[in-house]
Each structure stands twice: as C-alpha cells, then as structure tokens.
Design a binder for this molecule. Structure first.
Ligand code: ACM
Ligand code: ZN
Length: 548
C-alpha cells in the first residue's frame, strides 16, 4: 500500500505536467531554448538580487521566493547580489541570481540554468517579470497558489532561454460598460493577462449603456450616466428586466488599478469613445445632443443614432475637460478616442452641425459624405488637443474613412482591411479583427454555449485565434507599422466574472503566441498540448474558469 502511494504521488504531478519532448511547456513559447544535461535543485536556493533593480521588480521576486519557500517547505532567503556583473559565469554562482543587463533590449530576458545556479538577466521591469513567468511555468503548479507541495518536482532542467516579444503592443480589452467589473475582478483579469506576457489593457470606459469613470468637473456624469433603468433580456430588444444597473470607478480606484497594472508590466489605455456611443453622457447633459433629448442611459444593445452634437462649441469644451482629467489619471502615451459606429442621421438634420459643415467648407466627394468629413474634423481637433498634452491617439478603423492626420494609430476591427490600408498609408496599426479576436463570440457551438451575439453561427475557436497572421497582405516595407495585436471582449451578454473568464480562456493563450512568437515558432499541435496538459492545471489552481 505504501509503495502504491509513493508511485501514485510521483505519477500524478508528472501526468499533470506532460510536456512535448524537448519542450518546457511554456506559453507563449520562448524564442530560443537550449536544454542541457542535469538539473538545478530549487528547494532552499537563495535569491540574490541586483541592488539596481526597481522596487516593484524586487517585490515580484520576493513573491516568487515566498511561493517557492511555501511550495518546497524550505526557505529561499533573499539577499542583495553586491558587486556582480551580468557577465558572471553561472558555474561560479550558487542559488538564484537576478542581474541587470542594460545590453538586453526592453522586455527581453535571458535565463541560464546551471546545476548549482540560475542566472536571470534583463534590462527592465517587464523583462524580469517575463523571466519570472517563465520560471513559474517550469515549476510545479503549486507555486502559483503559494501552496505547499514538498514532494513536487522542484527542479529546473539545465538550459539556456533567450526570449523577447515579437510585438511591442500586446493588448487585451475590457468592457466594464455593458456589464460592470469591480476593482477586484479587474485585478484578477490583469493577473492572467500578465501571466501570459501581455502589456496593454485597453479599458473601454464610456458607452451608451453607462459612463464608468469619475470626472470631478462633471459629477453628474457618474451620478446619472453610470446607471441605467434596466437591461434588455436576451435578444429581445423590446424587453427590460426592470433592474436598475450600473457602477463606476472613482478616481482613487482608477489610480489603484493603473498602479496595480503597472506593477504587472501593463499600461492601461483608457478609451473615451467619441463622438458616437455617447448616450450615457447625453442622458446626463441633453444639451450636448443635436435634438436636446430627452435621452436615457441606454437599456438595449446596438448602435445609437444619438451622438454628440459637434456643431456646438460646448461639446468640445466638455470633451477637453474630460480628457484633461483622463490624462491626469492615465500616464499612457496613447489615449483611445473610439470613433467607431457614429451614425450621421442626427448631424444631417441638425442646423448647428450643418452650419459647422458650411463654415469648414466641407463637401461630399469621392464617396465621402460631408458628415463623415465632419467626423474627421472632430478626430483631428481632439488629436491636436491630446498632442498638445504630449499624447497620441488610437481610434477604431472608422477614423480612416475620409482624412486622417499623421500620427494617429488605427485599430483594425472590421477585419484586417482597415489595418492593411492604414499601414500602406504610413499609419501605425493594431490588429484586432472580429473573426479572430472578438472573444465575445462563442468558442463552441453557439447553440450549446451560453447566449452571445445572435449573429455568430461558427465558433471562434482557440485554433482559429491561433491561426492569425498579423502580416498577411502587409508589404515587407510596411510591417514596421503593425505595432501589435489585441483581442476584444465586449460584455453585452456577459454578466458574471465566471462567464467573463470562460470567454477569455483559453483563447487568450492563443492570442499570447500570436503577440509574442515569431510565426515560424508557432505550432498549434505543440501549443494545444501545452494548454491541455499544463496550462489548464495552472488556470485551475488559480481558480480561473475556462472553456475546454
Ligand atoms: C467595435 O466593435 N464597435 C469597435
Ligand atoms: Zn448637431
């Protein structure tokens, strides 16, 4: 019986971590791995940390040391590695070493595992974080939960890993407007983003169905605009569940999330969607609309015809005041200004919008209406305002219709054609095409999965997301304009954190290989095996719901 038990306790951890031969089971797959003979004993190994490391890097290393101590049942103490250079030979060291190497590019790292020491080098916070994520994936899954597993395989194979991302922009989007996510839920979402080496959260903070960011100059925006009188039920646009729904983030909470994300190596890019998708703001300030309202915070999904009246100067004063506070809260280089789905019917019939069109001398020509040109004017004016504050804009691919000023970045969502065109014109691009990266589309048979957008007939599987090639039809000379890739997770039909995670995972792991790996490194069979045999065990121990 005793022998059986020992056999069982050895086999179970191995079975849970079955990895492809010669692979370490790491997602996203590292750029270069050389596996050598021998292994390093983690139990009791001390951490030696370069005194030059940033405080939040040191904190992340302390957490790793703590988790290893609990996991192995033996303390891994933490000390400063004084007087060592990154060139120190691993064979001359004993324990873990984390050393700054300014010669490595941003976000890159190198791990050298010898029999007596592990030497990790990077030049910045993100590089060290990614090395930590890689090490965690090589250890028993207990390390993620700070759980004791003294009998686990606390050994690292001797190897050299040289790694760094293919794209500088590796985004994931979050929609707290259709359904609201608490600070804690947002942090859990950020945690799993960081585990797979993602570095941008696109935070969609304003919508027809709710305004979610406190603006001190306009307290009514959240008093009124953050709450709707019920929500449509299922796909029935004539229904209302009668339950008042809403919420918003205070500026203090926003600062907390921005700092939390920063410690995880993630920059938060806020989106203030304009001039459409503004009905919650119009419900608060009807005078900013073309008809004057009344408007309600929308209780149904879709695209509202009521948009900001851009014939009025007050609208620009409002937007500039909002953006002033947004820029105070978010240090991000980019501010997302939306620009999608802005119907023109109100502008066509609004004396003020038409007066602005005349005053600007805008004419319909070349298939571009004068109202579309009015939207170009809005984009350009807001872009200049933000540039005056040292920021750049990102907009959905509609901003490309008509004229677009130099310096804007286009987020290609209606397929890749907008992105291909934008790159050809010399604009930077983030690829986020619906067919691959709209994670609100079901992963399995839409008839059997929880309710989603009614028009999805074919599942958007993990394999489909994995198959995306960001450079497809992009000329070699224009590939530098593809800043990166992102997936979007709209939440019209997602009302609980469990459902949110279920839609995110495991597809977000496929996204991570598209973002991180060179195309020649991608291999779906290897990736899927790693997800099923190893990554699911990690997600499970951390309590993330995921699709099978
Ligand atoms: C979008 O999905 N409306 C960008
Ligand atoms: Zn108007």
């Amino acid at each position: 019986m005793k022998r059986l038990f020992i056999l069982f306790s050895v086999l179970v951890p191995l079975a849970a971590c079955a990895k492809a031969p010669g692979a370490l089971g790491i997602v996203p797959a590292p750029k270069d791995v050389t596996i050598q003979n021998g292994s390093f004993k983690v139990k009791g190994a001390g951490f030696n940390i370069d005194p030059a490391l940033q405080e939040n890097t040191v904190q992340a290393l302390n957490r790793l040391a703590d988790d290893i101590s609990v996991g192995t049942g033996r303390t891994s103490s933490v000390a400063l590695a004084n007087g060592l250079t990154p060139a120190a030979e691993v064979s001359s060291l004993k324990g873990f070493f984390f050393l700054c190497d300014p010669a490595l590019p941003a976000e890159n790292y190198r791990i050298e595992v010898g029999r007596k020491a592990v030497k990790v080098t990077a030049s910045d916070h993100n590089g060290f974080l990614y090395a930590i994520q890689t090490l965690r994936q090589m250890l028993p899954v207990a390390n993620y939960a700070g759980k004791a597993e003294p009998s686990g395989a606390w050994r690292l194979p001797c190897c050299v890993i040289e790694d760094g991302p293919q794209f500088a922009y590796r985004g994931m989007h979050m929609d707290p407007c259709r359904h609201f996510w608490s600070v804690e839920e947002t942090k859990k979402y950020l945690d799993v983003m960081a585990m797979y080496k993602r570095n941008r959260l696109h935070w969609h903070l304003t919508e027809d169905q709710g305004w979610r960011i406190e603006i001190k100059k306009y307290p009514e925006l959240t008093e009124t605009g953050a709450f709707r009188n019920g929500t449509m039920v299922g796909h029935d646009f004539d229904s209302n569940d009668g339950i008042r729904y809403g919420g918003y983030y205070t500026q203090e909470q926003i600062r907390e999330i921005v700092a939390y994300a920063g410690d995880l190596g993630i920059t938060v890019i806020p989106e203030i969607d304009l001039p459409g998708h503004m009905q919650a703001a119009l419900a608060t300030y009807p005078e900013l609309g073309c008809t004057g309202g009344p408007y309600d915070v929308w209780t149904i999904w879709g695209v509202s015809e009521d948009v900001l009246c851009v014939g009025k100067e007050e609208t620009f004063t409002f937007l500039e005041n909002v953006l002033d506070e947004v820029c105070e809260l978010f240090p991000s280089e980019y501010i997302h200004i939306g620009g999608d789905e802005c119907p023109k019917v109100r502008w066509e019939n609004c004396p003020r919008c038409q007066a602005r069109i005349r005053q600007l001398g805008l004419k319909s020509e070349g298939g571009v209406s004068k109202e579309q040109k009015l939207q170009n004017y809005v984009t350009s004016r807001i872009q200049k305002y933000l540039e005056g504050k040292g920021r750049k804009i990102i907009g959905w691919d509609e901003i490309l219709e008509g004229d677009l000023d130099e310096g804007a970045t286009v987020m290609s969502w209606r397929g890749t054609k907008g992105g291909i065109k934008a790159a050809g014109l010399g604009f930077d691009v983030i690829m986020t095409p619906t067919d691959y990266f709209y994670f609100d589309y079901q992963q399995g048979d839409p008839e059997k999965e929880p309710l989603g957008p009614g028009y999805i007939k074919i599942p958007l599987t993990m394999e489909k997301a994995y198959s995306f090639n960001p450079f497809d039809q992009i000329d070699a000379s224009q590939q530098k304009h593809i800043l990166g890739v992102q997936a979007n997770l709209w939440t019209e039909y997602i009302a609980t954190p469990e459902h949110l995670e279920y839609m995110l995972l495991p597809r977000m792991l496929a996204l991570s290989e598209v973002q991180w790996c060179k195309p020649e490194k991608k291999d779906y069979a290897r990736f899927e095996n790693e997800v099923r045999t190893h990554q699911f065990a990690i997600l499970d121990i951390l309590g993330y719901k995921h699709h099978e």
